[in-house]
Write a protein that binds this ligand. Structure first.
Ligand code: FE2
Length: 243
């Protein structure tokens, strides 16, 4: 069959494959909104552009997965957030401000969840790049060896956190003061609400890998660590002050 691009960077084959698998994912993810509604949404927060083309992470993460993940899920959280903050004091805050304010406010779970998911996904995309991954050098390489004893130990610990997160969530490398740690969070939770500074994350919600890996989360996380991590981004976060 002709495999031409039909919409939003999807080829016909990718679109059909993604649509079939997406039926399950759409039912699992209440944050997904129709593309038509997304395109019309307006608000104070904007969706940052992907730092690379939709197919740039292939074959580790397919263009179909990135297209749905960024174009539907990430945009869905953004559109939900813009709807929720309309006419509230959140409208004038930074995204980080919204996350911190809503995290400690009873009854603000929906604002927190959507704001944190917008932030988490932007951070995730920036922490990946084509041709990345593997053992890093530079300051981040030294910091990892100091904290974990070796890159291999870090890799094992990160993988264990990613696989140990029951259900949806995130695995993170964070700075806890001057120490590096691996942590996991559930759903939309973000380490900086716990005074930890995120350095790297991998999304372990099923929508991040199910089209490409089905239930094989381990394969997805290992391939991401070995072939996609943007260590320059991680090292840049290491050097930032504050938490
Ligand atoms: Fe996600």
């Amino acid at each position: 069959m002709e495999d031409r691009v039909i919409a939003s960077g999807f080829t016909r084959r990718e679109f059909m494959r993604a649509s079939l698998a997406g039926c399950t994912l759409l039912a699992l993810s209440p944050a997904v909104v129709p593309a038509e509604a997304s395109a019309q949404a307006k608000g104070p927060f904007e969706l940052p552009p992907l730092p690379y083309a939709q197919n740039a992470l292939s074959p580790v993460i397919s263009a179909g997965t990135v297209g749905f993940h960024y174009g539907r899920h990430h945009r869905g959280y953004l559109d939900n957030l813009n709807g929720l903050v309309e006419g509230t004091p959140y409208e004038k805050m930074s995204l980080e401000g919204v996350i911190r304010a809503s995290a400690s406010s009873p009854g603000q779970t929906a604002v927190f969840n959507n704001a944190a998911q917008v932030w988490n996904h932007t951070f995730y995309w920036n922490g990946m790049k084509p041709g990345g991954g593997g053992k890093p050098g530079g300051e981040i390489g030294k910091a990892i060896e100091k904290a974990f004893g070796s890159y291999e130990n870090f890799r094992k610990e990160f993988l264990a956190a990613a696989l140990g997160q029951f259900g949806s969530g995130w695995a993170w490398l964070v700075a806890d003061g001057s120490a590096l740690r691996v942590v996991k969070t559930a759903n939309a939770e973000n380490p900086f609400t716990q005074r930890l500074r995120p350095l790297l994350t991998i999304d372990v919600w099923e929508h991040a890998y199910y089209l490409d890996y089905q239930n094989r989360r381990k394969d997805f996380v290992e391939a991401s660590l070995d072939r996609l991590v943007n260590w320059a981004f991680v090292e840049g976060n290491l050097g930032k002050a504050g938490g």
